[in-house]
Design a protein around this ligand. Structure first.
Ligand SMILES: [Zn+2]
Length: 458
């Protein structure tokens, strides 16, 4: 690019935005702060830049109202929230989000499964946009902040930048992902998995039904998504569709609150692998069959559960007090940010299951790895942009990993990815007590807004 053009662009950025939006970048050809100082004649952290940053104001009152209103689209009474994919309440909530996107001046589009996109065109709209977003579906009897903060917060981050007079270079896009929670069809991150191009899922959804035997396709039609349902590959996005994706989310853990830290800069997302294990024993009358000669499938499962001591679901058959369990079924969730290490753990669990079944004389009738998603690392230029946003906004932050997984895990397959965490009360999530203070949410939104601004120029 010609030097004169650079000077023009830099001065435009400088005058429009009032602070340096370029400080984290990948490209060698992006000007550095040093050059910025040369042009401006001011050191980049002059006090008036700080003034300018402090005017990145979040409209907390409206935001809290939106969070509260969205929580009323629920199938269970407040304070709990239940919002299941493609239910009536989900459709109303989707309308609410699209309306807010429209009010923020975003152009709204939906794909075949109802991922919702709201775009703010940059002044170089041919460049890959920067995207941000999360989900608004809620598992039964959960809270009103999980996911919601990353959708309403993303729209408010756009509002913040607009009020500030910022003009993005790359377009900025807010995404509301369809069905992050697996409640209805047993598939988590359905929307983002499809966006990331899962051909397997596109096929699977053609024959997926919920527990009422309603097919995925009929449910999608009920919610108004009738187009292109026969070919879900229309949802796929190409790698490189976005220059960056960043998700704002409550931590769902206690660390930030305990340490009184405002922001978590996520460096990696652990990925779960689920395992299904079945033991079969002989059963029998619990009164009549003596302990030493029992082949108790229940105790085999209990022993394996203790050996694993991770999230474990246990089902016994028959579940009567006077019968020895003849069958047991376990579901085990293992996760790690290191895929190899996680797979070693799975192998150890498998070996334990084998030796427990031998010792107890029960049959290990199934040991099946149901899903095994690879973990994802956040991209350096995104975490750096977030870190410098925190510094410029004078907010405390710490680098951390996400143990829970998010749509970001799948977006990482097609785009450089990052996440911003904010504290939440006692780390509670997926229950009505879930709570994040509006001040903490506002901090997260300011960091998100500034990060988006930086990324739009990177
Ligand atoms: Zn979530």
């Amino acid at each position: 690019m010609a030097p004169k053009l650079w000077i023009f662009i830099l001065l435009s950025i400088y005058f429009i935005f009032g602070f340096p939006v370029i400080s984290a970048h990948r490209n060698e050809d992006v000007p550095s702060n040093k050059i910025m100082e040369d042009f401006s004649g001011y050191p980049v952290l002059e006090p008036h830049f700080q003034d300018s940053l402090s005017s990145l104001l979040v409209d907390s009152e409206s935001l809290q109202k939106q969070i509260d209103e969205l929580s009323t689209f629920s199938d269970t009474p407040a304070p709990s929230v239940t919002r299941i994919l493609y239910s009536e309440k989900d459709v109303l909530a989707r309308r609410f989000i699209k309306n807010l996107m429209g009010l923020s001046g975003l152009s709204v589009r939906e794909d075949a499964v109802g991922n919702i996109f709201g775009r703010w065109d940059g002044y170089e709209p041919e460049l890959a946009p920067v995207s941000t977003g999360s989900h608004i579906d809620a598992i039964p009897y959960s809270g009103k902040y999980d996911g919601v903060v990353g959708v309403l917060g993303a729209i408010e981050a756009i509002n913040v930048l607009k009020r500030h007079g910022f003009k993005p270079k790359r377009s900025l896009e807010v995404i509301m992902f369809t069905s992050e929670e697996p409640t209805r069809f047993g598939i988590s991150c359905l929307g983002s998995r499809l966006l990331a191009g899962s051909g397997e899922l596109a096929e699977l959804l053609k024959r997926t039904v919920d527990n009422q035997n309603i097919s995925f396709l009929d449910a999608a039609r009920f919610a108004g998504y009738a187009n292109h349902l026969e070919d879900l590959t229309s949802v796929f996005l190409k790698k490189g569709s976005y220059s960056a994706f960043i998700e704002l989310h409550i931590e769902q853990g206690p660390i930030l609150e305990e340490e009184a830290t405002s922001i978590g800069v996520v460096t990696a997302i652990a990925a779960p692998a689920s395992i299904k294990v079945d033991f079969e024993g002989n059963g029998g009358h619990a009164g009549a069959v003596l302990m030493p000669v029992r082949n108790d499938a229940g105790l085999a499962a209990a022993e394996l559960a203790l050996a694993v001591e991770k999230l474990c679901i246990l089902e016994l058959h028959p579940g009567a007090i006077n019968s020895i369990p003849s069958k047991s079924h376990l579901e085990i969730d293992t996760r790690d940010i290191d895929e190899e290490r996680r797979n070693v753990v799975i192998e150890k669990i498998h070996q334990s299951a084998i030796s427990i079944s031998k010792n107890r004389g029960v049959k290990l009738s199934e040991f099946k790895i149901v899903n095994q998603d690879p973990p994802a690392l956040a991209e350096d230029f995104i975490t750096k942009a977030t870190e410098s946003a925190c510094q410029e906004l004078n907010l405390t932050y710490k680098k951390m990993i996400s143990r829970a997984y998010h749509d970001s895990l799948f977006m990482a397959r097609i785009s450089p990815m990052g996440m911003i965490f904010i504290p939440c009360y006692k780390g509670y999530s997926h229950k009505p007590e879930e709570f994040a203070a509006i001040e903490d949410i506002a901090n997260g939104i300011r960091v998100l807004a500034l990060t988006l601004a930086k990324l739009s120029f990177s």
